[in-house]
Design a protein around this ligand. Sequence first.
Ligand code: BG6
Length: 494
Amino acid sequence: AKKTYKMADDFLWGGAIAAHQAEGFWDVDGKGVSIADVLTAGDNQTARQITDGVVAGENYPNHHGVYFYETYKEDLALLKEMGFKAFRTSIAWTRIFPNGDELEPNEKGLKFYDDLFDEMNRLGIEPVVTLQHFEMPYHLVTAYGGWYNRKVIDFFERYARVVLTRYKDKVKYWMTHNEISNQASLADAHSTFQVWVNSGLKFDEKATLDEKLEKMYQAAHNELVASARAVIIAHELDANLKVGCMLAETPIYPATTKPEDQLAALKATQAREWFADVHVRGAYPATLETMFARKGFRKNVTEQDFDELKRGTVDYFAMSYYMSWVVRAVAEKTVVLDDQRSVALTPNTEIQASDWGWNIDPKGLRFVLNQLSDRYPNLPIMIVENGFGAYDELVAAEDTDNAELTVHDGYRIDYLREHIRAFEEAVALDGVNLIGYLSWAPFDIVSAGTGEMKKRYGYVYVDLDDFGNGSGKRYKKDSFYWYQQVINTQGQDL
Ligand code: BG6
């Protein structure tokens, strides 16, 4: 057997979900409509559509989620049984400020998260909470134009202040905007989805790439200022609160040894990683400043912004990791940051992909952990998403300890084992300061990218289909017992 390593006793083993993919009950107890509530169902061939408001007769999977709003005690008990030390979820902004621009929060929404965090603390499961996970109030899009509008900075600040104040004694680990870096990929096929969920932006079909970039960079700037303010508020409330940024980390490899391809990979990396520089160092890198000056992007800024960015740097680095990419330079074009068409994604023939086309690359996890550790020395890193979306088949269990049904998900165990091995090597052999591993998602939830239920990640199977039909019952998969043993041995028994 390959050598394994033991993680420190205080290492945060656990899992992660997001409110809009799990809670359901999208319109109860005063909750407002979020940008996730107007996303229809898709699949691995069909993109989710963004409708104008909630349209009768459409299938909106986030409306039902997996009913976590009601089942959270039962679900948390299962996580506890696996030995979870930490669990990440998000607060649905629309439960607290239904439209986003109210002055007073919705008490019923606040009460729900009181109960949820109390239950986690009672079980000894550390809450890790995302402030904005693809779920801004829809009203802030229709009335203000999403994050492009600076007013949204103030609305977010109000929301952040309310929840940080309310839960400061219940939640120590926070993060601001989920996968803020995804919106950088404006030239790829999923860009409509990404700018929508990150920033509430919807581009005119005739918009040029420059027009889109201008909007995205301004919206991202506004989000970064809002994030910095949340960090400042948190530290004023309690110096022990830890607030992180959250980026989707995807190592980007050059397709060939051609110098053009090396440069293309570097430029594609810069296009995604600069968000982290602002979050961590409190300033934009020179590549971005130069491009902004050249192009006239990110114009709507104040002196105060830059001061807040400096003061509101993050305490730790949260990241998701699912896959790596390969890129090549497109012939005849100069590789530059502001023309993403000068870089093209290409398939990686060296490794396998999931049924949704996501490259499976455990070594890439060690690669990015090393990169980040070199780039931001000493900054603690937490993996807050990593997992294998796959079709599962519910079958009769041979060993019926407490249920008749199970899933034999050896493929999921294989994926997770190799990724855990990769981060253990990064810690033990490379000295990376990794403080936790929260896999995505410990029980099946609605897929963010496709809206499917059948793209499953869980250790626990949830009996619901793509239309929300099913018993909703929870069944332990093989991976449940496997992960339990991993945690129990601090990562030694893989
Ligand atoms: C990340 C998101 O992009 O990946 C999650 O933060 C999402 O919300 C996860 O669920 C997996 O993606 P998908 O599309 O398979 O649900």
